[in-house]
Every structure is written in structure tokens, then in C-alpha cells.
Write a protein that binds this ligand. Sequence first.
Ligand code: PMP
Ligand code: GLU
Length: 393
Amino acid sequence: MIELSARVKTMTSSPTLKLVQIKKQLQSQGKVILDFGAGEPDFSTPDNIKNAGIEAIRSNFTKYTPTSGIAELKKAIRASYLAEQGVEAKDSQIVVSPGSKYGLFILLQAVVNPGDEVIVPLPYWVSYPEMVKFCGGSVIHADHLQSQPRFELTAASYISRFSPRTRAVIVNSPSNPTGKVMSSMQLAELIAFFHQKNVLIIVDDCYRKIMYADEAYPSPLALLPGAREQVAVVSSLSKTYAMTGWRLGYSITSESLAAAMTKIQEHSTSNPCSISQKAAVEALSGDQGAVRSMVEEYRRRRDYFARRVDEIGHIPYALPDGAFYFFADFSHYIQKKKFQDDNQLAMDILEKLNIILVPGSAFGAPNHLRISYATSLQDIREGLGKLETYLKS
Ligand code: PMP
Ligand code: GLU
């Protein structure tokens, strides 16, 4: 048997992506599954974006492209970012990658040395700790499970974990799994502190266009202009434009960091898919009406969810300000049903109700469940009805 590398041996598989496979398996056995698992929009990619992809194929735009992305897409990223965030970026600061997941991966590979510490939020998106460990880094948690109000993303939670070995911090706002958004005051405090300590501040804002609050998304690159070199933004088209399968994300960083990330991309994927890049140009510069209606629909679902979860009772949660996840404490029902933990509860719900939920342990938060509402209101109504009967029985 081939001996695997030490770094891959310690890597765990992605619990969210595993659920996507489990769903497909169950469906192939003829089961009807209600999927509140993986965070993937149930909407189709809007037609104008699909057509741009089809046109790219028709016009033979099917060859290698520049590693860090085509000029036309960088121009669209610059223009949309300027209009939305009031921030000007140069092409040399932008790296387009096959999904923001890969963008984040090469960003961490470019800065983290073995022994370095990276502060990640708790609860965390499942891939952060694995990526940090893959670089040989140590994961330190900025704890938002203890926050008051519930799950609030605070600067203090990061600052209190700083050590001379801290190399980078990851902020995820709106957060997966809680949907919480870090306020501009907290973000400014965080940036000011870590800038002065020469620590890289990574902001994963892949849900920033899915927000329900009235106030604007605080721009990490504009809050403290003097700290810009020290802030790296990682963004995605996956969620905003329902483009998960196209694999398209982008980062805006300092020029030297972008050059380092480009080198890693050169030797690993060459470039993001040429067709997806053309589709992304249309996504960012075309009509944004589809995004507005998707966000409106997510808001309706969130409000319905909150009302129904309140009716069921004994499920403490924080109302999400963004993204499309409910993250809630199911301790009461885990005890009532005499389960050991959230994994057992989620498994029992899957077996008995054919409903997929993600155990909170996957995000470092035992006794919780993540419920994605990137699924139709009809499924949500049916799923919550079944869940209520089950939990109360
Ligand atoms: N960051 C967060 C917080 C996510 O939830 C996801 C989920 N897909 C990603 C990054 C990666 O998205 P993608 O690679 O599809 O751009
Ligand atoms: N980010 C989504 C989720 O958390 C999709 C799966 C993944 O990439 O982890 O469910």
C-alpha cells in the first residue's frame, strides 16, 4: 500500500460535501429527500449568465487563459467592486480562482508556515481548520459561541487570542454557519489591532450580497485605508449568482500576495475555467435583477423559518442577518430523545424523516444543527412540519 503524506493523513473529509453525496445516493434508491444540508442555492443560474457561457463555447473561448484571470473579468470585478464598496483595485491585486475555496487555499498556502497560528471563527466553516492544518499551521478559535447577543462576531474574540505566533486571522461575514454579520465598528477595531501587529486579515465575504439588514456591508478594504496592504478579501460568485458548479471566485489582496498566489495557481490549476470566466463577466456587469429576487426569496424563507422555529419552541437561535443558514441549539431535544449528541440527532432525522441537516459538530459547535434555507418554501413548510411532529413526539 502506498504511504500517504503526513499532511493528508490528518485531513478530514468535508462533512458538507459528504452530505451532497449521501443525498444523491438516497435519491438513486428512490427516496424523496428534503435537503436542508449543503449550502447550495436551489435557484438555477440566471439565463443571461448561462447564455454568456454558451456563447463562450460557441466562439471557441475554450483555451488556457492568463493564470490569474482574463482582463475583461478583472475589469468587471474592479467596476462592480468600486460601485458596491467604493474601493478601487488594480488588476495586479486580483486573482480569479476556480471557486473561492481554492482562492482561500492558495492564499493560506502563500502565507502560513509550519508552526504559525491562524485565528478562525468558532463556529467555523468546515474547510478553514483543514486548510490551515494542511499548511502546517495551528488553528486558534475566536469564540462566538459564548457571545452575547448569541453568535455576535466581535473584534475582542480575535484580539484575545493574539500571540506572537499569529500569522493571519479569518473573518467570515456574513458567517457560515450563523448568518451573523460583523459590524463596521467591530471590523474596524479588528483591522486596526491586527494591522498594527503585522498580521494578515483575511475576510471571506462570499455571502456579502445575501444580506437582510438595512445597513450596508462594511467594506473591509475601505474601513482603514492605511491598513489595506494587510487585508485580503476572498469572494465568490457561487452563492450570489447561483453558480456553484461553475467554480468561480476571486481575491483582492496586496500585489505581492496576489503574485505569490498566482504562482501557486500556475503550478496547480493553470487558470480558472475559460467559459466560467466569460459567464462571470456577464454575472458581474449584467442585470442584477435576479440577485435581488433571490435575496428577497431568501428573506421570506428566513422569516417563515423563524416563525415556525419559535412555534416549535426550545430551539434557541439568532436571526441570521445574511447568508442562508439557521444555526440553532438543539440541546433540549437531544436530551429529551436521550441522544448522545447532535450527530445522533441528525442521523435519526435523516433515517426517519428523510431530511438532511448538518450536525453543529461539523462547525465546532456540538448540540447545534445547521439548517440551510437555500431550498424551496414548499420543502421548508413540509420539512418543518415533519420536524415539529418528530421533535414533539
Ligand atoms: N467560504 C464559505 C464561508 C463558504 O460557505 C463556501 C461554501 N461553498 C466557500 C467559501 C466556498 O465557495 P466556492 O468555492 O463555491 O466559491
Ligand atoms: N459552503 C457550502 C456549505 O457550507 C457548500 C459545501 C462546502 O463547500 O462546504 O454547505
